[in-house]
Write a protein that binds this ligand. Structure first.
Ligand code: GSH
Length: 215
């Protein structure tokens, strides 16, 4: 029974590392960087034909991709719901809504910044594409920040830290990054700070973001 996580430090595999460790699930980590030239991309494509990480190999050798799906699956796996609301909990709908929102509306814009040539073959257009992708990310942060106005206490869904907190906290370190995030997402920032104080998250963040968070 073993899990193997393919990813790269600071990439989307960060939240999967955190989820595995919060659940006490042992795993092997394999560096697989789709942005590390043709060799890196070929290696990732041999696991995930889309050429993206994270990818998690399950103990039965099934391959699981899509970070939100992996987190939701891990959160439900042992039926204990330590890091996810139970399916019948009142917070479940919000949990699913924002997990999928962050994946579909925010994370999806990295497909543009990680490879603008996929969206327009002329390199002269790429500066605009990168700019627009970043603007879209800012807009999506504003949407979720407004939705959580007055309801974050101390975590996004209330008293208990969930994998939604972990997912949002990880993405807060991506462009437009911490400074912009703290200035513009005051409703989310408290939950991110609380999440990053958890000892498991601190250690995973230290490894992935070279970040020392105060206890
Ligand atoms: N929908 C995917 C997106 C994964 C993704 O975009 N991962 C980035 C790294 S953080 C990647 O592999 N980028 C390389 C590329 O898109 O070519 C997920 O949620 O797992």
């Amino acid at each position: 029974m073993s899990y193997t996580l393919y990813g790269q430090r600071g990439f989307g595999s960060t939240c999967v590392e955190a989820a595995l460790e919060l659940h006490g699930i042992a795993y092997d980590f394999e560096i697989a960087d789709p942005l590390d030239g043709a060799g890196g991309l070929a290696r990732v494509r041999s696991i995930n034909p889309v050429g993206q990480v994270p990818a998690l190999i399950l103990p039965n050798d099934d391959v699981m991709t899509e970070s939100a799906a992996i987190l939701i699956w891990l959160g439900d796996l042992d039926g204990q719901y330590r890091w996810a609301p139970r399916p019948d909990a009142p917070e479940r709908a919000e949990y699913l809504r924002w997990m999928v929102f962050m994946s579909c509306s925010f994370y999806s814009t990295l497909a543009i910044t990680d490879g603008p040539g996929r969206f327009h073959p002329d390199p002269a257009t790429h500066k605009v594409l990168l700019h627009q992708a970043l603007e879209r990310r800012k807009q999506m942060w504003r949407v979720i920040d407004t939705a959580f106005k007055g309801v974050a206490a101390p975590y996004l869904l209330g008293e208990k830290m969930t994998l939604l907190d972990v997912y949002v906290a990880m993405m807060s370190h991506w462009s437009p990054r911490g400074g912009w995030f703290l200035d513009h997402c005051s409703n989310l920032a408290g939950a991110v700070r609380a999440t990053e104080k958890h000892p498991v998250i601190r250690e995973v963040w230290r490894r992935n973001f070279d970040l020392e968070v105060e206890a």
